[in-house]
Design a protein around this ligand. Structure first.
Ligand code: APR
Length: 234
């Protein structure tokens, strides 16, 4: 496959993309959900029952993310974005690592650890200091929650529609480091395939969706991306 300057390219990333930077994945060895029960830390019900517990958990996630830096693969992706203006990164990651490497066109399907939201007022605050909460409360007196999609939350409809529109129009879909086990994100590789995109999976492990891809690269994100770009004559 030879890329043209105006091709629509989608990078679809999951926790494995950040793993090479040192951010733990959710599943598999060292995965966050092996150590923590999501029912206690990552759902609306847990937040209602014990907000400080849930906020402590997310504060820890931010402090850990700040210790990590984007890796060569993130910067390579930014280079592709610069060369091919119709490139979109659709990420399930909430750690902001793509933006830290300079990427601009990023759709955050599951929100961001770096924003706080007041449910009562519908307002977003970005008032975190070095990953720590400067104030857990909104001015209205209610707890703020991280502006992320927890288990059992609905995804933002506008974001989903934008994602579907972008994937339907892409000619190259490169998935990196996702187990593709959480819906609706898990449906996006199939949508890309059905829409006629050339689909490549980069993941050291087989996933439930591996068989639908045109090519699979069994490598870690950084090296996998290098091999992938050789194949698409970047
Ligand atoms: N490079 C590429 N892929 C890797 C690497 C690496 N260095 N290390 C691990 N992987 C792969 C694993 O093989 C696995 O398939 O990354 C994948 C990580 O899977 P998950 O931990 O399930 O992460 P993800 O798919 O992003 O999870 C989706 O689930 O818990 C929710 O909301 C959370 O956004 C998250 C969603």
């Amino acid at each position: 496959m030879k890329l043209n300057r105006n091709d629509n390219i989608v990078f679809f990333t999951g926790a494995g993309m950040s793993a090479e930077s040192g951010v733990p994945t959710y599943r598999g060895s060292g995965g966050i959900w092996n150590e923590y029960q999501w029912e206690e830390y990552a759902c609306e019900r847990a937040f209602r029952n014990n907000p400080n517990n849930v906020l402590d958990f997310h504060e820890l996630r931010r402090i850990e993310a700040l210790k990590c830096k984007p890796h060569a693969g993130h910067f390579r992706m930014k280079g592709i974005e610069d060369k091919y203006p119709n490139t979109t990164i659709i990420t399930q990651n909430i750690d902001g690592m793509h933006q830290r490497s300079g990427s601009k066109n990023v759709i955050e399907l599951h929100g961001s650890l770096w924003r706080m939201r007041c449910e009562s007022e519908g307002t977003i605050h970005e008032d975190l200091e070095n990953g720590k909460y400067s104030n857990r409360y909104c001015e209205c007196g209610n707890f703020q929650r991280p502006d992320i999609i927890w288990f059992q939350d609905m995804l933002d409809e506008k974001i989903i529609n934008n994602t579907i529109f972008t994937i339907t129009a892409c000619s190259l879909f490169i998935s990196i480091g996702t187990s593709a086990s959480v819906w609706p994100a898990a449906g996006f590789p199939k949508l890309a395939k059905q829409s006629g995109a050339y689909c490549i999976e980069i993941n050291p492990e087989e996933t439930e969706l591996s068989s639908i891809y045109d090519e699979v690269i069994r490598e870690k994100a950084g090296r996998g991306l290098e091999l992938c770009l050789e194949k698409v004559q970047y």
